[in-house]
Design a protein around this ligand. Structure first.
Ligand code: 5AD
Ligand code: SF4
Length: 443
């Protein structure tokens, strides 16, 4: 036995998929005897789980990796590992180790499950490890997970993406779409419910196309199966592709008493010309028809979205079509992005790249519009009593926080509430979130 316990610190960038994969990295490190620390200076191993969806995600990670040089010099045995989407890009691992020679382990998205081997190899031989497989392998089950998102449990259902939207790097760094077997998914969900998790979020780059490679199951059927699991929990899933949202799936969501009344349905743009250039496989009209379909089954469903501005050749007219679509749909929330050219994607080579100034002006207008919609929707909550799953505590605000079935965030005071469904009376509306008073705790 060693006289002290080794510590790990994981720094995560990007999406929910990465957050969950960091739970797997933590699980692997705990199996090796490491314990968690949030303090980089106390860590014996620091792992960066990176993202490359936009240039600023990469810049941020590279900046923070670079900043470790000093610590590494002072602490010779410190292991620095870098994994995730950034390292999976072609030729990137070499670039990274050249730029930051002090990195000990570089591992790709297809190599995460073997992370224990890399740490052991590095500890024993002191040699650098670079493991970035070009192609995805079969799904590997049984990787330990040290979950850190209670009362929400992330559950992977698909890996990779086959859609090749022309701006997006995901299909290149995550490989082809693979679905996990339904029995594996159901077992994991059951375990989570037995452990007291109150929310399950099914994860995939496009959950709607779940099962396409398995043949005998689709996402609607999976929703129906998960909804049959006994227990008091809420079911969420992300992310969705409009082209694969079928009426049967909408019906499965509507008929499930477990599924939250909210859906994330990225639209990206409101102009047909741009949607075509993006290779999204739907028109503005078809997107609006999906919204109408969702609302015909669930009139109150909250719809959130992702929108991009400044895609190559986007004119003011194209952008105005995005604005008018946002006005028309009245999303409950929107993640807005400035298009960022990603090397190796078709859009990066397109003529007509838009200047940063124009893109910035457009995104500000879009944010203003969506903020106004958010405020209006928040105001409508004042005086209402809502059911919220308490998911955390905000130290700065000194309040608990949680979301209702529509995904709207509320803050409230109380005691020992994390993981409980509570009734909150809304007293004040913020920009997007709400402030309320605790009325009751469900047992
Ligand atoms: N530039 C800007 N935003 C992007 N997204 C994906 N690729 C890019 C890119 N190259 C956005 C899309 C997607 C979200 C996860 O990130 O809106 O839905
Ligand atoms: Fe990227 Fe499009 Fe796949 Fe989403 S669906 S991960 S935007 S390629």
């Amino acid at each position: 036995m060693e006289s002290f316990t080794k510590k790990y610190c994981i720094i995560t960038y990007g999406c929910q998929m990465n957050l969950h994969e960091s739970e797997k990295l933590a699980g692997i490190l705990q199996t090796l005897g490491y314990v968690k620390t949030e303090d980089e200076t106390k860590a014996d191993i620091i792992v960066f789980n990176t993202c490359c969806i936009r240039e600023n995600a990469e810049k941020k990670a590279e900046g923070n990796i670079g900043a470790l040089k000093k610590l590494k010099r002072a602490k010779k045995d410190l292991i620095v590992a870098v994994g995730g989407c950034m390292t999976q890009q072609q030729g990137y691992a070499e670039k990274l180790t050249e730029k930051f020679p002090f990195i000990d382990i570089v591992f790709g998205t297809h190599n995460l499950e073997n992370f224990a081997e890399f740490v052991i190899a590095k500890t024993e031989s002191k040699k650098h490890v670079v493991a970035v497989d070009e192609k995805e392998g079969k799904i590997i089950e049984g990787t330990p997970k040290a979950r850190s998102s209670f009362p929400n449990g992330w559950v992977n259902i698909t890996y990779g993406c086959d859609n090749f939207c022309t701006y997006c790097i995901v299909p290149y760094v995550r490989g082809r779409e693979r679905s996990r077997l339904p029995e594996e998914i159901i077992n994991e969900c059951k375990q989570l419910v037995e452990l007291g998790y109150k929310e399950i979020t099914l994860l995939g780059q496009n959950v709607n196309s779940y099962g396409r490679d398995l043949g005998n199951i689709n996402f609607a059927a999976l929703i129906r199966q998960v909804s049959k699991i006994q227990g008091d929990f809420r079911l969420r899933f992300m992310t969705n592709h409009p082209k694969d949202l079928t009426e049967d799936l909408v019906r499965a969501i509507a008929e499930s008493d477990k599924t939250a009344r909210s859906i994330h349905l990225p639209v990206q743009a409101g102009s047909n010309r741009i949607l075509k250039l993006m290779n999204r496989h739907y028109t503005r009209g078809e997107y609006l028809a999906k919204i109408a379909l969702l609302r015909s089954y669930m009139p109150d469903i909250a719809i959130t979205t992702d929108i991009m501005v400044g895609f190559p050749t986007e004119t003011d007219e194209d952008f105005n079509e995005t604005m008018s679509l946002v006005e028309e749909v009245r999303f409950s929330g929107a993640f807005t992005f400035i298009y960022s050219p990603r090397s190796g994607t078709p859009a990066a080579k397109m003529a007509g790249q838009i200047s940063e100034d124009v893109s910035k002006e457009r995104i500000m207008k879009l944010i203003d519009l969506q903020n106004a919609i958010n405020r209006e929707q928040s105001r409508a909550y004042v005086g209402k009593e809502i059911k919220v799953l308490c998911e955390g505590y905000d130290e700065k605000k000194n309040k608990y926080l949680g979301r209702d079935t529509y995904g709207r965030m509320a803050y409230f005071a109380g005691k020992n509430l994390i993981g409980k469904f509570v009734k909150v009376k809304i007293t004040k509306a913020g920009g997007i979130s709400l402030l309320g008073e605790l009325v009751a705790v469900e047992e």
